[in-house]
Design a protein around this ligand. Structure first.
Ligand code: PLP
Length: 396
């Protein structure tokens, strides 16, 4: 830098405000410590020497911690490289269960499932169907009942998420489980977004299988789990090779990632009691936005929602420019589901809820985390208000 001029890089900066926890959550300090400690162990959990046993202890401790987050037994936790792999593993036409060992021959997935379910299953296209959702973002249970009734002689595998990543809408999983089980089917629950934000219990949800992701709860990316809700499930392998994970998932375990996942799961369980405070911040933000713009739409507001998520649209304020305005002002938010592509594209979730395309185009998602402070939400609101005022001026 020449002379006295001050470059952008020299200006004092406000710390960034991260409001995109549904995309990924910054690593929790306890998870980082556990991952680093595991990296230093240097043993393979399958080896019988002292280093191997030390690695095995870390792995099994993490298994206990992950199991505890969802009220499961440690032996029912199968570690994978993430939720996507766990979903790919579970959603297989070779899944069988019960004394009859009957195969799942059909798959029903709700219209709002993550692409890891919609695209990640292994059923032939003519054996997979979509369960519609209602305008409030919850799955249409009578429609599910009707669909199940069409195949009385078959075992249907149903995938329903516990809470949606875009809207935060919490699904009536228990009710769905009762319908599925009455029809002799199996239920897989994607609890990636619900875990650590609401209480999740494999048993209370009635899940036959449940999926978790480490990086959504403050662990490192690259570790996830399939949790089995019944002992008689037989899963055809997806990653084949050695006998790790009781023969259910081959490959040397990602010890550091799993150690971080375990520590994050324990912290997430302890932190559940802080979630109402997060919801109060979110509610305050939504009330101020609605106060400033009565036409402000909040998707899924008529249904139970995760307290950390607000998915909204203000007519005339396109998401693409909103994201840039937020980002330039130091606030990270996202639009629709930015999970994998980072691109702003039409949301299949909002589409299935019947949101008109022009409003969908304005959809922004703000997702809070356990460390989000009130002053950060105040700043985010100010940024949005200034942006909205600029757009209105420009349009006038
Ligand atoms: N399911 C939901 C609801 C998600 O939000 C995500 C996020 O990407 C996934 C599954 C995939 O998780 P992972 O990144 O661990 O593969």
């Amino acid at each position: 830098m020449q002379g006295n001029s001050i470059g952008i890089a020299d200006r004092p900066r406000r710390p960034r405000i991260y409001l995109d926890h549904n995309a990924t959550m910054p690593i929790r300090p306890e998870a980082e410590r556990a991952a680093v400690a595991a990296l230093r162990i240097g043993g393979n959990a399958s080896s019988i020497h002292a280093e191997g046993r030390a690695a095995r202890n870390i792995l099994e401790d993490a298994r206990e911690e992950v199991a505890a987050l969802v009220g499961a037994a440690a032996r029912d936790v199968v570690f994978t490289s993430g939720a996507t792999e766990a979903l790919n593993l579970a959603l297989s036409p070779g899944v069988r269960a019960g004394a009859d060992g009957m195969l799942a021959t059909r798959l029903f997935v709700s219209a709002i499932e993550h692409p890891a379910v919609r695209e990640g299953h292994r059923f032939p296209a003519d054996r997979a169907e979509t369960i519609p959702v209602l305008a409030d973002g919850t799955v249409d249970l009578p429609a599910l009942a009707g669909m199940l009734g069409r195949f009385p002689a078959e075992r249907v595998l149903v995938a329903l998420m516990a809470a949606n990543n875009e809207t935060g809408v919490v699904q009536p999983v228990r009710e769905a489980a009762d319908l599925v089980h009455a029809a002799g089917g199996l239920l897989l629950v994607d609890a990636v977004q619900a875990a650590g934000r609401i209480a999740v219990s494999v048993e209370q949800l009635g899940a036959d299988m449940l999926v978790l992701s480490g990086h959504k709860i403050g662990g490192p990316a690259g570790a996830g789990a399939l949790v089995l809700g019944r002992a008689d499930l037989v899963l055809p392998g997806l990653v084949r090779g050695g006998g790790q994970e009781r023969g259910r998932r081959a490959g040397t375990e990602n010890l550091a990632g799993i150690a971080g996942f375990g520590a994050a799961a324990a912290a997430a369980l302890r932190g559940l009691s802080d979630c109402p405070a997060m919801a109060a911040l979110r509610d305050g933000l939504e009330a101020r936005m609605r106060g400033a713009r009565p036409d402000h739409a909040i998707f899924g507001e008529a249904a139970p929602r995760l307290g950390n998520t607000s998915c909204f649209a203000t007519p005339g304020l396109p998401a693409e420019t909103a994201l840039i305005a937020f980002d330039l002002a130091g606030v990270a938010v996202s639009s629709g589901s930015a999970c994998s592509s980072g691109k702003v594209k039409a949301s299949h979730v909002l589409d299935s809820m019947g949101v008109p395309p022009d409003l969908m185009h304005c959809a922004v998602r703000v997702s809070l985390g356990p460390a989000t402070r009130a002053d950060e939400i105040d700043h985010a609101f100010d940024v949005w208000k200034r942006y909205a005022a600029r757009r209105v001026q420009r349009a006038a």
